[in-house]
Design a protein around this ligand. Structure first.
Ligand code: OFO
Length: 173
């Protein structure tokens, strides 16, 4: 059975994951109207993954005798300026999510809730991958700068990242 404190903290994370899904959906839509299909598909997929992170938490909270509460969502921004700025935001967003997962791990230890501590290890590992992927994408974008040809090739390459991550469950975004 979850303590009230643990349940409240997990419910906060449900909101963080749902908001993340919205942020990436908005990035997908923006990339799509700018004609960058590869980046758009990458962001749509990322948005779906955040929703699955949210659902995993909902099921866990309910399974452990708590009540997963579904709340309102923040409206994400709809304009991102440049692709570099958009990927910088993605990277910073993932760092914020990692901090929030770390905080949850901290609460689970304080509550001596080792089942939740164990459950959260999946998120800890996922955040390492997500931060690393976001950083490597950002490094590539910085190299490309304002070069249109480079961006075209990058848009094609990022589709490859989608294909590879779809093929390997441990390589997800
Ligand atoms: Fe990208 O973060 Fe979920 O956990």
């Amino acid at each position: 059975m979850l303590s009230k404190n643990m349940e409240a903290a997990l419910n906060e994370q449900i909101k963080v994951e749902a908001d993340s899904s919205q942020v990436y959906l908005s990035m997908a839509s923006w990339a799509e109207i700018k004609g960058l299909e590869g980046i758009a598909q990458f962001m749509y997929k990322h948005s779906d993954e955040e929703r699955s992170h949210m659902l995993k938490l909902v099921k866990y909270v309910n399974e452990r005798g708590g009540h997963a509460k579904i709340s309102t969502l923040k409206a994400p921004k709809t304009e991102f300026g440049t692709f570099q700025k958009m990927f910088e935001e993605l990277y910073e967003h993932e760092i914020m999510v990692s901090n929030s997962i770390n905080e949850l791990v901290h609460v689970s230890l304080g509550e001596k809730d080792y089942a939740t501590h164990n459950f959260l290890q999946w998120y800890v590992a996922e955040q390492i991958e997500e931060e690393a992927l976001a950083r490597s994408i950002l490094d590539k974008i910085k190299l490309i700068g304002n070069d249109k040809g480079g961006l075209y090739l990058f848009d094609r390459d990022i589709q490859q990242i989608n294909v590879e991550s779809a093929a390997s469950p441990n390589n997800g975004v």
